[in-house]
Ligand binder design. Sequence first.
Ligand SMILES: [Fe+2]
Length: 208
Amino acid sequence: MATDIQGLRKYELPQLPYKIDGLEPYISKDIVDVHYNGHHKGYVNTANTLLDRYNGIIKGDVTSYDLHGLIRLLTFNISGDKLHTLYWDNMAPSGKGGGSPGGVLGDKINKQYGSFDKFKKLFTEAANSNPGTGWAVLNYDKETDNLQIMTVENHFMNHLAEMPVILILDEFEHAYYLQYKNKRADYVGNWWNIVNWDFAEKKLQQYL
Ligand SMILES: [Fe+2]
């Protein structure tokens, strides 16, 4: 349970929805260990530390600060927690994920992209063309009732306001380098084998 310190609830590292080796052979146990227990936990802990400092500014206990830098770091770490939580939930253990989506999501993909294969090709191209560190995402825009493939630079997802994430792929080197080295396209290609389409469908249904 979240704790309450100085009136602010703290962030908590969510449980992984599968065993730490559950994504093998597509994503190795070592990668998930470093990624989840190292990076994701780090974002959660840093967000909480920064919130304590921010709360100190609000209360007047902290009088010397760089607010711009603090807010930027807070944005990076809170978004890091949110994005990684979606990323873990968006995958299923080997043998239980992959394939193509059914339900409303499957229908919308077929209607909008012509076929799942065409959508998969376009999402893969977006992911493979994303420079540096970031994410490939499929968003739902309620205003147009359309799905939208987008990319996120670093952890700054502010431009996704009002466009919830339905599908998400982490493209930071920490997500694949131990296993795939510089072959990021191989990681992207293998990731399709462990996509949890049931979770993506549930996410979409939340916003229809
Ligand atoms: Fe990551």
